[in-house]
Ligand binder design. Structure first.
Ligand code: BG6
Length: 495
């Protein structure tokens, strides 16, 4: 699909970590694929900056730069300095915009506490047209009350249909493939329930620490940064009922139903079902690394959690009795993101199987660092006797030599034709420009998610307990292993 109308993208937080690390490179890739229509990109930041400096910053973040593409791309880029809390400061921005542009997209990649001011000041400067859209980065707010306030303030100037709440995990190729696998095949649907599935694990582990983002992370922590959004969204895609159509509200209705069916975790359950940790010093990727509290900009007494693991239950017919174990953390043993659907053991084995419990079928959706889907089955070991062993079937036959498709070097060959696997932000920026909100969150979805996590955050705030320390370069605190061990299960590691 191509977008016909010319666009104007106004990127607030245009010099921030997210913009430089993910958004500009994603826009560049759209340029590379010739998918960007005619249009301009205006980076908005607080400080004064000359355009060549902006170009230098962006260019240095692009890998495998193609000169001809860059020449086209840089023509689109400009910079405006705006103090977003000052209504008059937007005059400068107004003079840069083209009133007749039919596709104006404001992207707010700043702290969400600024969203209300930005929306209001855009309105006061008459920069919002009926066709304008606004993308809101996560996390929106820090609890239910603040999220409601931000939502309400933004909704004064933008209709719900103009608001795109982004969660970039929904833009990952394997997440969409998960939907296709579930809803374009009949063989999985009959198994996709409590009768056949033992449990599900969703794990996003990072080997990096907090990097230069202490200012943000100290306020937010792993729960608001990752759990409340990315992990819950992945859970929704795994657990939702088949939508009646691949249309924005049909998909989002089903996701909301999942969040509404989450069993509340409150009171004593919080201690039993949620583990939080903070990294201590250790070794990551072969190098010694400091503890979180010694990172630049972090308070020496910080209570921010850099790790969360939890056991979640969904109260409906499909999932009753099937635990979902969610886990995320920084400075863990490796960077990986996986959804593991663990099927039940066979009820009775007629073969000699040494490890019956580990031989149960598994479907593994790997989102990173390499993308792909694998199915663990059992097969006969060649030779005499009837010995059974696990066999891994890669469901990416385009690339049979690898277990998983790789993403960044990222090429998938189909009948000799090479297709690059798109980055998550590339897909979502394109969808926002094309006015397709299917993979963006609706307001009720966001509010339901905050409603569910609020008691946990409030209990932590009131409690005297602190995050459990763990050694950098490991899989997190011992309590996370125990969370599964007490149910007789193990995390899927080193696969
Ligand atoms: C962001 C978080 O939303 O996701 C970061 O704010 C995290 O803390 C990042 O590092 C992980 O994204 P990805 O796509 O690199 O796994």
């Amino acid at each position: 699909m191509q977008i016909e109308q010319p666009f104007e993208l106004v990127l607030f937080g245009g010099l921030g970590d997210l913009a430089l690390r993910k958004l500009f490179p994603a826009l560049y890739l759209l340029e590379l694929d010739k998918r960007l229509p005619k249009g301009r990109i205006l980076a908005v930041g607080r400080r004064e900056l000359k355009r060549p400096e902006l170009l230098g910053k962006i260019k240095s973040r692009i890998t495998n730069l193609d000169d001809a593409t860059w020449l086209r791309f840089e023509q689109r880029l400009s910079y405006v300095s705006v103090d977003v809390q000052q209504v008059d400061a937007y005059q400068h921005l107004a003079s840069e915009l083209d009133e007749s542009c039919p596709n104006r997209l404001f992207y707010l990649a700043t702290a969400s506490s600024l969203y209300a001011d930005i929306a209001k000041n855009l309105h006061l400067n008459q920069l919002i047209q009926s066709s304008s859209k606004v993308v809101l980065e996560k996390p929106i707010g820090h609890d239910l009350a603040s999220a409601k306030n931000i939502n309400k303030a933004v909704a004064e100037y933008f209709d719900e249909a103009q608001i795109y709440r982004i969660d970039h995990y929904l833009g990952k190729e394997t997440v969409q493939n998960l939907m296709v696998l579930r809803f374009a095949n009949s063989i999985f649907e009959s198994q996709w329930n409590q009768q056949y599935i033992d449990h599900i694990q969703i794990s996003i582990s990072e080997s990096l620490g907090v990097e230069k983002r202490a200012g943000f992370y100290e306020q937010v922590g792993a729960f608001r940064d990752m759990m409340q959004n990315h992990l819950l969204q992945l859970l929704c895609i795994v657990a939702m009922e088949p939508p009646s159509k691949m249309e924005p509200d049909a998909v989002r209705d089903e996701k909301v139903k999942v969040i509404k069916a989450l069993r509340p975790i409150e009171g004593k359950d919080i201690l039993d079902k949620v583990v939080r940790g903070q990294y201590g010093d250790g070794v990551s990727e072969g190098k010694p690394v400091p503890k979180y509290r010694d990172e630049e900009g972090v308070d020496g007494q910080s209570q921010a959690e850099t790790f969360v693991a939890m056991k979640v239950e969904i109260e409906n017919w499909r999932w009753a009795g099937v635990p979902f174990y969610l886990r995320t953390g920084k400075r863990l043993a490796e960077r990986a993101c996986e959804i593991v659907v663990q099927f039940k053991e066979i009820p009775h084995s007629i073969f000699a199987m040494q490890h019956k419990e580990t031989m149960a079928n598994k479907l593994i959706f790997r989102l990173q660092p390499d993308e792909g889907i694998r199915l663990q089955l059992c097969e006969k070991k060649i030779g005499s006797g009837m010995n059974v062993r696990p066999m891994i079937l890669s469901l990416n036959p385009d690339n049979p030599s690898q277990d998983y498709l790789s993403v960044n070097s990222a090429e998938q060959s189909t009948n000799g034709h090479v297709t690059r696997v798109p980055e998550a932000y590339e897909r979502l920026l394109f969808d926002a420009l094309a006015s397709n909100p299917t993979l963006f969150l609706r307001d009720d979805e966001l509010m339901q998610a905050w409603d569910w996590v609020d008691p946990i955050l409030a209990a932590w705030q009131e409690s005297e307990s602190t995050p459990e320390p763990y050694t950098s370069g490991t899989w997190g605190p011992a309590a996370a292993t125990l969370l599964l061990a007490k149910d007789g299960r193990l995390w899927n590691e080193n696969n």
